[in-house]
Ligand binder design. Sequence first.
Ligand code: ATP
Ligand code: ZN
Length: 311
Amino acid sequence: MSDETRTTETDQAEFLAELLAAGLLIESGVDGVYGHGEVFEFIRERLTAIVSEIAKSHGGAAKLSFPPVIPRRTLETNGYVGNFPHLAGSIFGFEGSEAQAMEQGARAAAHEDWSEFQSQTDLMMLPAACYPVYPALADRGPLDPGGVIVDIGASWVFRHEPSIDPARRQSFRMHEIVRVGEPEAVEAWRLEWSKLGVELFTELGLDAHLENANDPFFGRIGRLLAANQSAEELKWELLVPITGSEPTACASFNYHLDHFGEMWDLKLSDGGPAHTACAAFGQDRIVLALLRTHGLDPDKWPTTARLRLWG
Ligand code: ATP
Ligand code: ZN
């Protein structure tokens, strides 16, 4: 382990301990899964309201809301299972006999392996807030001219990436705004939201900068997909220092070209495939960035940040 890794890990472990001691986070016993105390939620709820207000005043947005589970078929169709097998969470359930239920219960009570009694259901955990939007919009038929903007609100998402880093959760909240429409409009919208993101973070007193990025695709083929995504500048991330020497991605601005339009038969008014983009705010990371930058007590934060959040 390099000195840098050791420092980063020590930094993360210490920050996590501080957050738990202050009651901002509540331990569950599993890495990357935390409850939130009142102060954490007080900040996070304001972030939801502010991002929704920005969406409302920049073209308006239709509100849609989806559960934290998604049909398995959706993630099979959109390639998530193949591209991110290491992050996907599948839901299994029991459909056995009474004897098997007894055996399963006994093994569970002894914390032994009871997985043989479980079989795969039609559901998976939602890994990105925007995924249910595209098939839902496609079901409505061709878009009106000009397309649509959707505010999905704060969604619970799951990614199987246990870590002691308080900024790397398995279960976390992502607030996404999604743009669907003609190519030029969608591309311009993504650029506009990347600027709005930088502006918001700066007003909150965060030391934020934008960078070209890629998704963590799995394996050797995944590296090619990531290189492509990077070369085409399809993912921009807004980075803020939280712990360690590298800043952390707290939001992303993603342009999917006509990928989801083709995949879901999501059509423009002229019958062509819609282009799509999303602005994804990692709420838990933004709250952590604020706590790390300004301290654990919001009453003592700089006035400008307090005013932006609470008016
Ligand atoms: P897609 O393009 O597939 O829709 P996305 O833009 O919805 O992806 P990401 O860019 O992967 O999703 O994530 C959005 C934001 O969510 C990140 O910028 C980050 O702030 C936050 N995030 C991602 N993974 C984690 C995690 N493990 N723990 C906490 N926050 C996370
Ligand atoms: Zn998205």
